[in-house]
Design a protein around this ligand. Structure first.
Ligand code: BGC
Length: 639
């Protein structure tokens, strides 16, 4: 009797098991109906910082793809798999090495967003991001957290290099090409940071105050084009507030505009941080909280029980999540190789980068003719900046510098100068590591400040060389804005002196002098641009940067970029400079703690930023007001 009872119980249990639907593309409703409240809440919240174990941190054995930014949670009972999300935008950002694993997982360092926009060539952008998306797929990742498409409202925004342009149309078109390329691989993107996230200072809390007209015409326009033309799988809601409401909690932004007006049918996920208003975010149409915390699950459950979140609202978001999960490669058991063709992608980057390099000036110096021996100055010549810092940094296998590039193009780099720089850079890097600032993978490529070079030294080197080249470098990244000061937006006295001395000495000998700008955003050029014979704006064009620069200098590639933003004469000429937190760090005795939230204050440009310039961003202002610029939007020479 007992035995029969036990068999019966077993049978019942297996019937119950088999009655549990296993998620497929065709039974989303069944799965939704079978889910408990707890499971639904779980699906709306990412699996936490632990899923990340990013960059320099030790790769956790449990992480699906170590170094990825986050994952969604699985519900095994119903066959709901996890999805892996990783940065973006200059390539895939995952840990390059793993514990107890001899293999490496480097990703190609592609040209940054600003370089892609400088190409004005959607087909080429798509070609690049098709290769990028292939790495996303082959490394077992489902979504690339990119492109970054906030407008260059002000040149000091620390993340402008990740973004495209001061112009919403160019931004939208470049983004659409970017998205189409990545997604052609059957993986997704997350268009970010939606919206009006145009400064890094206090980015978690700052309130962007913008009129409806300006929102529609400028700050939302690029997103609108991207959504309508490229159908991104996901959108990332930003950290900041917009007109007093967190964007990730704005029904207007996430549902009325994004879905109802533009027809977006993917999921919205938050940028990486836990905020108080989880309930409001769910109701607004923010489907996924990233990176996710238990407290958010608890809040959702409690709010559904209390009737604050309706069943309909909950199910709407859960359905979005299920519809998204069934299209991910991981759900579809894609057998990724962990072996994308990095060599082919590197070749593509080298070929494409010159298309985004802007020849600002050329007084007959380029392409170089009758040049064999090069006097190569500037730390960036030997320690090239491939991309910006922060989550936009890619763990690339190497970075080609200008010295290597000139050598492979058959030229001779003066050894005395090279050795001196290399020793200086090695020492500077050791110092950086020793004081703890140069080690983290998150940090990315640091700029080594310029070396003191005397006029006597230049004079001594000149007879043995045919031309002088100076690479001037800047870098910036997530978590901080740039300064309108020497060494950042303006050049230092030391750099100015070096430019002048190089020009004087080489011109006196009837030889040319060229400046290469290895920078992620605009700098001051008006006061010194007449000194060199040519200025090549190389930007931060990815891991093959030094090769691509040399290809251009030697005439084996053509500089074809056009500026996607204005280079003003003075920083204060820019209307938004009246409402941007420039130089704030100095005023605040170097403290950056307000970046991550902090006591409630109402400090201009730190807690709220008035977009008082309205539509007068970039060329819209300079052209209308007739204010002279150093280089206009769209400027760029070629051979
Ligand atoms: C950044 C995002 C990034 C995310 C995940 C955030 O701090 O703002 O752009 O995708 O981290 O790394």
């Amino acid at each position: 009797m007992k035995k029969i009872f036990a068999i019966g119980a077993l049978l019942l249990a297996s019937v119950a098991m088999s009655a549990q639907p296993q998620l497929t593309k065709d039974n989303i409703d069944d799965v939704l109906n079978a889910m408990t409240l707890e499971e639904k809440a779980t699906l709306l919240v990412g699996s936490g910082w632990g899923s990340m174990t990013a960059g320099s941190m030790t790769a956790s054995a449990t992480a699906l793809v170590p170094g990825a930014a986050g994952t969604t949670r699985a519900i095994e009972r119903l066959g709901v798999t996890q999805a892996v999300l990783a940065d973006g935008p200059a390539g895939l950002r995952i840990s390059p090495t793993r514990d107890n694993d001899p293999d490496t997982y480097y990703c190609t360092g592609f040209p940054v967003g600003t370089v892609m926009a400088s190409m004005w060539d959607p087909a080429l952008v798509k070609e690049l991001t098709t290769a990028m998306g292939n790495e996303v797929l082959e490394y077992g990742t489902d979504v690339l957290l990119a492109p970054g498409m906030n407008l260059h409202r002000n040149p000091l925004c620390g993340r402008n290099f990740e973004y495209f342009s001061e112009d919403p149309f160019l931004t939208g078109k470049t983004a659409a090409a970017y998205i189409n390329g990545v997604q052609s691989n059957g993986v997704g993107v997350s268009v970010k940071h939606y919206a009006v996230n145009n400064q890094e200072v206090n980015r978690m809390q700052n309130d962007s105050r913008v009129s409806q007209r300006v929102l529609r015409e400028l700050y939302l326009k690029g997103f609108e084009i991207a959504v309508k033309e490229a159908d991104p799988w996901t959108v990332m809601s930003s950290y900041n507030q917009l007109n007093g409401e967190f964007t990730q909690q704005s029904y207007d932004l996430l549902t009325t505009i994004l879905r109802d007006e533009w027809g977006f049918d993917g999921i919205v996920m938050t940028d990486w941080g836990t905020k108080e208003g989880t309930v409001k975010a769910v109701k607004a149409g923010n489907d996924l909280m990233e990176p996710g915390a238990q407290v958010e699950i608890d809040r959702i459950i409690a709010a559904v029980k209390a009737g604050e979140i309706t069943q309909e609202e909950l199910d709407r978001n859960v359905r979005n999540m299920l519809e998204y999960i069934v299209i991910t490669p991981r759900f579809n058991k894609y057998k990724y190789s962990n072996k994308p063709d990095l060599k082919a992608h590197a070749e593509l980057v080298r070929k494409a980068a010159p298309e985004g390099m802007v020849l600002l000036e050329n007084n007959g110096a380029l392409p170089m003719k009758n040049v064999k021996k090069v006097a190569l100055y500037g730390t960036g010549s030997y320690d090239f900046i491939a991309g910006g810092t922060g989550s936009g940094n890619v763990n690339k296998p190497y970075i080609r510098n200008v010295a290597e590039g000139l050598t492979v193009n058959g030229l001779e780099v003066n050894k005395n100068i090279q050795t001196w720089y290399e020793q200086y850079i090695a020492l500077a890097k050791t110092n950086l590591r020793n004081n703890g600032s140069g080690s983290g993978v998150l940090l990315g490529d640091p700029v080594i400040s310029e070396m003191e070079v005397s006029r006597e030294f230049i004079e001594k080197m000149e007879p043995a060389t045919d031309i002088a080249i100076f690479t001037l470098s800047r870098n910036a990244g997530e978590g901080g804005d740039r300064y309108a000061l020497d060494g950042d937006w303006t050049i230092t006295g030391q750099e100015r002196q070096l430019i002048q001395n190089l020009a004087d000495v080489y011109h006196a000998a009837g030889k040319k002098f060229v400046v290469v700008l290895n920078i992620g955003g605009t700098i001051e050029t008006a006061s010194w641009k007449h000194i060199p014979d040519a200025i090549l704006l190389a930007w931060t064009p990815g891991q093959e940067g030094g090769y691509a620069v040399a290809d251009v200098l030697c005439g084996n590639a053509y500089p074809s970029g056009k500026l996607p933003m204005t280079f003003p004469v003075n920083y204060l000429d820019i209307p938004s400079s009246a409402n941007f937190p420039y130089n704030y760090k100095d005023v605040q005795s170097g403290a950056w703690d307000f970046l991550w939230g902090g006591p409630q204050r109402q400090t201009k440009n730190v807690d709220y930023t008035e977009y008082a310039e309205g539509i007068y961003v970039g060329y819209r202002y300079f052209q209308t007001a007739g204010v002279p610029v150093s280089y206009p939007f769209g400027h760029g020479k070629s051979y």
